[in-house]
Design a protein around this ligand. Sequence first.
Ligand SMILES: Cc1cc2nc3c(=O)[nH]c(=O)nc-3n(C[C@H](O)[C@H](O)[C@H](O)COP(=O)(O)OP(=O)(O)OC[C@H]3O[C@@H](n4cnc5c(N)ncnc54)[C@H](O)[C@@H]3O)c2cc1C
Length: 420
Amino acid sequence: MVEAVETVVVGGGQAGLALSYHLGRLGREHVVLERQRLAERWRSERWDSLAFQFPSWSIRLPGHAYETDDPEGFAPRDEVVRFLERYREVIRAPVRTGVRVLTVTARPGRARFLVETDGGCLETANVVAATGPYQAPVLPAAAAAMPSTLFQVHSSRYRNPGALPPGAVLVVGSGASGCQIAEDLVAAGRHVYLSVGRHARMPRRYRGHDIFWWLDLIGRLDQTVDDRPPSKRGPNPLVTGAGGGHDIDLRRYAADGMVLLGHLRGVHSGKLALAPDLDAELARGDEAFAAVTAMVDEHVLKTGLDALPADPIRAAPAGRGPRIDAPHELDLAAAGVTSVVWPPAIAPTSAGSGFPSSTSAASPSTAAGSPPAPASTSSACRGSGSSSPPCSAAWARTPNTSPRISRPRARGPRRLGSAS
Ligand SMILES: Cc1cc2nc3c(=O)[nH]c(=O)nc-3n(C[C@H](O)[C@H](O)[C@H](O)COP(=O)(O)OP(=O)(O)OC[C@H]3O[C@@H](n4cnc5c(N)ncnc54)[C@H](O)[C@@H]3O)c2cc1C
């Protein structure tokens, strides 16, 4: 039996829920399939001390805002989960959890897709992949060259300092994740080596407001992928909401005893080979900080907005720090390093989720016009462990009639073959 539904949304994160809100408002029949639990990324792929990086006043999804007594505060991870659960209730999203989409196949000549899951099959006119930009955490090649005695963990699996063996920790990468994890470790008394890469520092607050208040006002948060394609984007802003939110300042880290290193080039015989680029990266980070404060200053000047005066020291930190000498090599054993935390490098969906990205999103017009070539065969369905025949076999038995695209209707999924 193949269930028919007009639209299948794959993924029960914030994007899948927001889409469900809009489809629901338009009375469009749909279902949201989530392989684990609602908001799974926030439950099992974030560390304990993580707080939302944007202030609580900014947490809102279409039709529902986060309710809080502390709008300038930063919601802990569990609160984000609760917010998404509440959102699902409020918008009555038809989410089915514990249902993993295995393949999506377009049948030539039919304006339909076959969605094979580990819990059965659906036929649909539209599939939306709301699975997040990436799926599988990936360790870089250097991880394989690390001494086998080291404990290595990807940032999505890091939970807290107590989960690492005693000793110093090497954190690779100075994005928001790397810096927040490094701070978490230092707060627990760990000695940390931080390999610094490209980063864009920002003040947490500037001229009386959180930096995201300014970015929202200036319109930067409204930019779409078309406005700023990934190739034109710099690194993600270096911000934290942990501990009530504060600036992330790598020079301050060094002054407080963290050892900053250049880019990790490789690992040979238990020694790290490091690029001589720490100063250049710190200067770039400072320039990003100065650029964002200059943008705010310019906006205030142009609009005559009533704001606190600019702080010249905070506004122009470039070059303010002393040169930090970084080693070109680090003997891990001599440095007492027992663990490595790797940055959130992640593989695209097609690398391992079983949900092929080549057919992961489509619209009725795509389907009705020239259907994309099937990216998979029923073999993926056999991977579900189901003893029932592959979905595509059941599908093949249905007559190949002309395309039928479901019209908007406000009712639940129906089964093929039932009265329609
Ligand atoms: C460490 C870290 C911190 C972050 N902090 C913030 C922050 O403070 N503020 C912020 O705005 N953003 C933050 N982000 C980014 C934010 O997490 C993502 O932007 C957000 O989760 C994207 O939502 P989404 O719905 O697109 O995807 P996701 O949240 O990734 O949801 C996708 C869902 O799809 C499900 N799924 C995947 N494949 C299948 C399948 N085959 N079948 C069925 N279900 C499937 C997954 O289980 C998952 O639940 C952070 C990201 C990271 C890594």
